[in-house]
Design a protein around this ligand. Structure first.
Ligand code: DQA
Length: 146
């Protein structure tokens, strides 16, 4: 089983970007943690991050026949990108949406997710722990567990 851990814009700066909101964990820390959870359940993780919307969409297209599911923190594109929403729908893979911060407690423009309706679930506001939850959720789903 292969999972894709994908991140959108500005998430390469985790650890230094607004630590009071996103914590001090780096993207490398998160990638290692997700790999650890997945490896412990017999799955492997491929990681991708981009600050370019089309590059993320291209990656989802390219990986669609390589991986079994996706853990995705799309960052700000969550709230703006119909193209990303359509890409998620088009690849026909289970995708779990993750956010470090509780987007519903923040500015109104972060309350709406354009991608939630094409994801199997959303984990928001649990900080780095949310990735562990999302990875286990995705693997449970792929293993056919309720
Ligand atoms: C985020 C929330 C988004 O609103 C924001 O644009 C991000 C990070 C999060 O992980 O909390 O870049 O996805």
């Amino acid at each position: 089983m292969y999972l894709l851990l994908a991140h959108g814009p500005n998430l390469n700066l985790l650890g230094e970007r607004k630590p009071e909101v996103y914590g001090t964990t780096t993207l490398a820390d998160i990638e290692a943690e997700v790999a650890g959870v997945a490896n412990g359940r017999g799955a492997a993780v491929l990681c991708f991050q981009s600050n370019h919307e089309g590059a993320l969409i291209d990656a989802l297209h390219s990986y669609r026949r390589v991986v079994d599911g996706v853990v995705l923190n799309a960052g700000a594109w969550t709230h703006t990108s119909v193209a990303l929403r359509d890409a998620i729908e088009a690849i026909q893979l289970p995708v779990v949406e993750v956010h470090l911060s509780n987007t519903h407690r923040r500015e109104a423009f972060r309350h709406r997710s354009l991608i939630a309706g094409v994801c199997i679930g959303q984990v928001t506001g649990l900080g780095r722990d949310g990735y562990r939850v999302a990875t286990n959720l995705l693997l449970d789903y792929l293993e056919g567990r309720p």
